[in-house]
Write a protein that binds this ligand. Structure first.
Ligand SMILES: O=c1[nH]c(=O)c2nn[nH]c2[nH]1
Length: 295
């Protein structure tokens, strides 16, 4: 047997950073969960129990905190590129760094109609994530994403015209609940270096805002013929809106809400157009995926 592939590092490195504006007293916070995995000439640590090539994962964790102190931690695309570049530049035997950053929501509170200078709330499990892969001599690949954005519409969703055969029981509908948890990823053109990422910093926040706005607006306004059709519209709008993005992926669970027939109880009408009380389903759920490219 042989070692076909190897990468190692530290996962679940939780990092919080505060910025204090001395003039205004306004404080800003960022909270992330980071995973760094390294590849390179590390085989002997697996095959020969030779640890001379091992940058201890504990040292990697220390490095993340030091880099967070020394550099901006936003946008995550930049900080992920800083972390990855650090490792391949610092250790000559390390050639690839995979950095995943999950940014958690701390939305500034509005108190009495005014943004509060130092208080925040976790308004949802939604996260903003990046996967940054830095390869020595090749450049930096960045995939940005929105994850865990729970949405529901109470109408404006249809599903009909699908195959009806001896396996089909699902009735067609022109009016259904549609609910999903958005997992959308947009992959950037390759960046030659950290300098190239730094030259494009404003593009990352703008792309995230656009992707989020397009997703919510399309979800709300399109009369959905299916999850498939709606996600394709979202993806093609993001491609059109963000020139430096090459592909957009969506992965959407279809979280079903079943009608509850209550007619057995005194003839209660609660199905079809009379349906008001539904049973949200934990599973099984549809899972619809797509990748949309620029051309
Ligand atoms: O939007 C949908 N797409 C599907 O493929 C599907 N299958 N059952 N319900 C569905 N709803």
């Amino acid at each position: 047997s042989k070692l076909a592939a190897a990468r190692y590092g530290k996962d679940n490195v939780r990092v919080y950073k505060v910025h204090r504006d001395q003039k205004t007293g306004v404080q800003t916070v960022v909270e992330m969960t980071i995973c760094v995995l390294l590849e390179g000439e590390i085989d002997v640590s697996y095959t020969k129990a030779d640890n001379s090539v091992v940058v201890a994962t504990d040292s990697m964790k220390n490095t993340i905190f030091i880099l967070a102190k020394q550099h901006p931690v936003t946008p995550p695309e930049l900080f992920g590129s800083i972390i990855g570049t650090h490792f391949i530049e610092t250790y000559k035997h390390i050639h690839v760094a995979h950095v995943n950053i999950i940014t958690h929501r701390w939305t500034r509170m509005t108190i009495d109609g005014k943004p509060h200078p130092h208080s925040f709330l976790r308004d949802g499990a939604e996260t903003r994530n990046v996967q940054v892969d830095v390869t020595e001599g090749k450049g930096i690949e960045i995939a940005s994403s929105i994850s865990g954005l729970h949405v529901l519409k109470s109408t404006g969703s249809e599903f009909w015209g699908f195959i009806r055969d001896e396996y089909t029981t699902l009735p067609e509908t022109r009016d259904r609940i549609l609910s999903t948890e958005v997992d959308a990823t947009w992959k950037w053109k390759k960046f030659d270096s950290l300098q190239a990422v730094k030259a494009d910093i404003p593009k990352f926040d703008r792309a995230w805002s656009l992707a989020r706005e397009i997703t919510l607006k399309t979800f709300a306004e399109e009369v959905s013929a299916s999850v498939q059709a709606t996600m394709y519209k979202m993806a093609e709008k993001i491609i059109a809106a963000v020139p430096d993005v090459e592909t957009v992926d969506y992965s959407l669970p279809n979280k079903h809400y079943f009608e509850v027939d209550l007619s057995w109880h005194k003839g209660i009408k609660n199905t079809g157009k009379d349906a008001e009380v539904y049973a949200p389903q934990s599973g099984p759920n549809g899972l619809i995926k797509c990748t949309v490219s620029r051309s």
